[in-house]
Design a protein around this ligand. Sequence first.
Ligand code: ADP
Length: 540
Amino acid sequence: AGDKRYPWTDELEHNLQQKFKLKSFRSNQLDAINAILNGDDVFVLMPTGGGKSLCYQLPATVNQGKDSTTIVVSPLISLMQDQVEHLRALHINAAMISSKDSSEARRDSFRMFRAGHLDLIYLSPEMLSKSEQCKSTIKKLYEEGQLARIIIDEAHCVSSWGHDFRPDYKLLSFFKRQYPDIPMMALTATASVKVRTDIINNLGLKNALMFKQSFNRPNLIYMVRPKNKDSMFEMITEISTKFRSKTGIVYCNSKKQCEDTSRLLVSNGLSCAFYHAGMENEDRSEVQMKWQSSEIKIVCATVAFGMGIDKPDVRFVYHHTMPRSLEGYYQECGRGGRDGKTSFCTMYYQYADFKSLESQIKRDKSLTNKVLKQRHLEKLHDVLNYCSNTIECRRKLVLQYFNENFNVALCKKTCDNCKASNEVENRDVSEDAKVLLSIVEKIGYEDVTANYIIDVYRGSQQQKIVQSGHALLEEHGKGSKYLKEDVQRMIQLLLDKGFLKEKTGTNSFGFANTYVKFGKRLSSKLIMTFSISKSISAKP
Ligand code: ADP
């Protein structure tokens, strides 16, 4: 399709080279551009750094001799500013209007917008859907045939399933109702089917042509490590040796953790600053600028640090605490290795962090919507499953979340699990799980932890097990063929599917302190993945 010539092809190629100073297209860019210029609705799914902006900036300059304006909706003022500056440096007529502009600046921008001379106008979602002046200007351009198309950047913001839901994006649904014949392009790096469906439905895209490419980032190395009291030390040592003088990000879970971690890194002689939403805007911009220019090498940041960052040489991304969603995790790791060179993404995981994030979400008063709260909890569970999976290819797990099937052979040992072994098989563990459930049914109560159940199942002769008589249970030792971590995974699976329940109201500081009780009888098959090379694992 890319070779086909259209009435705009000459101008397009000319502008790519003369205006944007680029030699050729990346995959899917030309097809998406031709589709939108052809008047179709278009959905572009590309990983961060894939080159989404060109898909709408370039067609905006292809006017075939007429005045025509492309509207771009973007969630962040800083993102819009960056893009407008970049375009102006290329001598392209672009402007932005946000509620934060001075009235003077706003008047100027509206004047140019209204005159139809702009190739691109960047608008915040609330500006587009709430400002009367904006609406009347759009109407005027539309009536004069000068409204080329509308672009919804970071379109996942429209979905409450996305990691960055913005209520103002919901209001954008008016656009297609009012201007059904104006082509719309939605772009995002978030590919889960739920988010995708929400975008199409909420924005009202019609027969949208979807351009989607693999989200695999082959140059990112994925690792999950157990988190314990030595983790911080391990990280600092690694940064000081393996990543000496290299640039990176350490994602933290709270403002305090950002500050504490940053201080610790600085006291260990590392070039580091912190970044979080509690800081003044100027302070944040300063940190970002210094990091961008490599004056500071490391930023300890909350997820507030990220959108719009485009530093090519980020060599490491640590997550000191598990993130709240896999989309978020993918995005945050995605800031590494934009230059195509190897970058290391390491997450420290402990079950206690899951419990504390879970209770944060449960207690979060700003999450008044029950359905929304449930979604947040489900997403956190997805991260838990990712972290506690010590067997399967991490790439496969991440990409599966985006509904992409990944051939694990292509990982080539670039994730911790594949490095350990990439031969896995699925086994039916239903009969064994029933035995485990029966132990819980018999002895699962207040002071019996998941770890205790595991020990009984695997036949431990610890004093407390013998003294309590649990060594005499017929189920005692029935799971001796399993590794402890396998039984932990089995419990996780049973918890996830509701066959086991976690006791609430207990004080959980880790898997060792998780109290489980019987949930319901196993009615379906329970399939678990095992590593073939870890030969102690049970054979069916
Ligand atoms: P995204 O919005 O998908 O995260 P960007 O649009 O910011 O990505 O593009 C990422 C980088 O790739 C930018 O530096 C951009 O200039 C560059 N880029 C995009 N398309 C091309 C291309 N066809 N050739 C070379 N570089 C490109």
